[in-house]
Ligand binder design. Structure first.
Ligand SMILES: [Zn+2]
Length: 142
């Protein structure tokens, strides 16, 4: 009788003769079957699982794709900002270099001008230079 009339507890799976409640876990089968219709138990379990998963799966996918989109946008913006920053710092460096070179040139020119002026003053006194101009003018007239 036990073998033919035996059932497995729908909750814990304990094999036992047909009775109203589980000998092992004490669940009342009728109550359990009311909550979990027999025969559809496995399907219901799967359906339940999948029905839990199904709404959450697209949600998760949506959330993930939203996040990915946000990450992509953020990283694109970040790259733009980085590029602008790099461009700006490059420009700043270029400007600094140009400024430094210009300053160097000005310093050198000022120094050369100073040397030239002092050279002129020492080597070419005013009278001599004017004499030369007179010589040049005379040679033109001749
Ligand atoms: Zn049981």
């Amino acid at each position: 009788m036990i073998a033919t009339g035996s059932i497995n507890c729908p909750k814990c799976g304990h094999a036992q003769e047909e009775r109203l409640d589980c000998r092992k876990c004490g669940v009342v089968f009728s109550k359990y079957y009311a909550l979990h219709p027999p025969g559809r138990l496995d399907i219901a379990g799967v359906a339940e699982e999948s029905s839990v998963k199904k709404p959450s799966e697209p949600d998760q996918a949506t959330v993930i794709s939203d996040l990915q989109q946000q990450v992509r946008e953020l990283s694109a913006r970040f790259a733009e900002i980085e590029f602008e920053k790099a461009e700006r710092s490059q420009l700043r460096t270029d400007l600094k270099n140009l400024d430094r070179r210009l300053q160097d040139m000005l310093d050198r020119m000022a120094l050369q001008l100073e040397q030239f002026e002092s050279g002129l003053r020492s080597r070419l006194p005013r009278r001599q230079s004017t004499n030369r101009v007179f010589i040049c003018l005379r040679s033109l007239n001749d």
